[in-house]
Design a protein. Structure first.
Length: 90
């Protein structure tokens, strides 16, 4: 990848990663609303009034969806970049 192409891709990659993180947060909140009967926010790991099981389940769901959304957004960004520049971003 040339220096110019690399310089263009880096800010685009950063922007899509931020948007992916925001999207993952939104997806997690919607999933958690369906999982938790109380319709409350996801448990804070430092909140000792919530059970360990509940905190760990929330962390697993959050991590899985964050990883899934991040990979999907990164892949879409790389595919779109290749379509525009005809060069692979990596």
């Amino acid at each position: 990848m040339s220096a110019v192409v690399k310089a263009i891709y880096k800010p685009l990659s950063l922007a899509t990663s931020v948007l992916g993180g925001i999207a993952a947060g939104v997806v997690f909140k919607q999933i958690w609303k369906r999982v938790d009967d109380n319709d409350a926010a996801a448990p804070n790991p430092k909140d000792l009034h919530r059970s360990v099981r509940e905190v760990l389940i929330a962390a697993v769901i959050q991590g899985a969806f964050f990883g899934l959304v991040k990979a999907a957004v990164d892949r879409a960004g790389a595919t779109g970049y290749r379509a525009l520049t005809h060069e692979d971003p990596v």
